[in-house]
Design a protein around this ligand. Structure first.
Ligand SMILES: [Zn+2]
Length: 165
């Protein structure tokens, strides 16, 4: 069976900061909101920077993966659910911490009345947050339920990262 991903030099501290390669914007948002990870993602991050960093690098580029020294994950499958499954398998725990998916800023709990006033409509949620960096508002809505569903699916699939013990 073809592996879903290849891993190298992954340790417990590998997830402290994560560089996500170009074209993986969806994954960057998921790593922030599901795991609260500090994620660097921008189309202007070049290969030379990705080769240098001590942070974990997630890429789909085999050449970059071979050249890298340091913690790296090469995603080989196109299946987004399996991408999340790889991170769960590596020990990341969902819904313990969270960050703004768009900018990576910290989310602070606010009253939903404040959020309602800001977005201009009623919010059916017991909990609301605001990003301290970009000011975006979040609450437990249909998007959140889709995230829970995604994690449930990811917990059920087998995902293998070649190179991990
Ligand atoms: Zn933000």
């Amino acid at each position: 069976m073809k592996a879903d991903a290849e891993c190298k030099e992954i340790s417990d501290t590998a997830f402290y900061c994560i560089y996500v390669d170009a074209m993986l914007g969806w994954l960057a948002r998921m790593l922030r909101i599901l795991f609260g990870a500090e994620v660097f993602y921008s189309s202007s991050i070049g290969d030379s920077q990705l080769l240098k960093t001590n942070c974990l690098v997630v890429t789909r580029d085999e050449e970059l993966f071979r050249q890298r020294r340091g913690p790296t994950i090469l995603l080989k499958t196109d299946d987004h659910v399996k991408w999340i499954a790889v991170f769960l398998r590596l020990g990341m725990r969902p819904f313990e911490k969270t960050r703004c998916p768009e900018c990576g800023g910290e989310l602070i709990k606010i009253s939903c009345g404040e959020a309602e006033a800001a977005v201009g409509h009623a919010i059916q949620s017991a909990e609301c947050w605001r990003c301290v960096n970009c000011g975006k508002y979040y609450w437990v809505g249909s998007h959140w339920r889709r995230l829970r569903q995604l994690v449930r699916e990811a917990e059920e699939v087998r995902a293998e990262c070649l190179g991990t013990g």
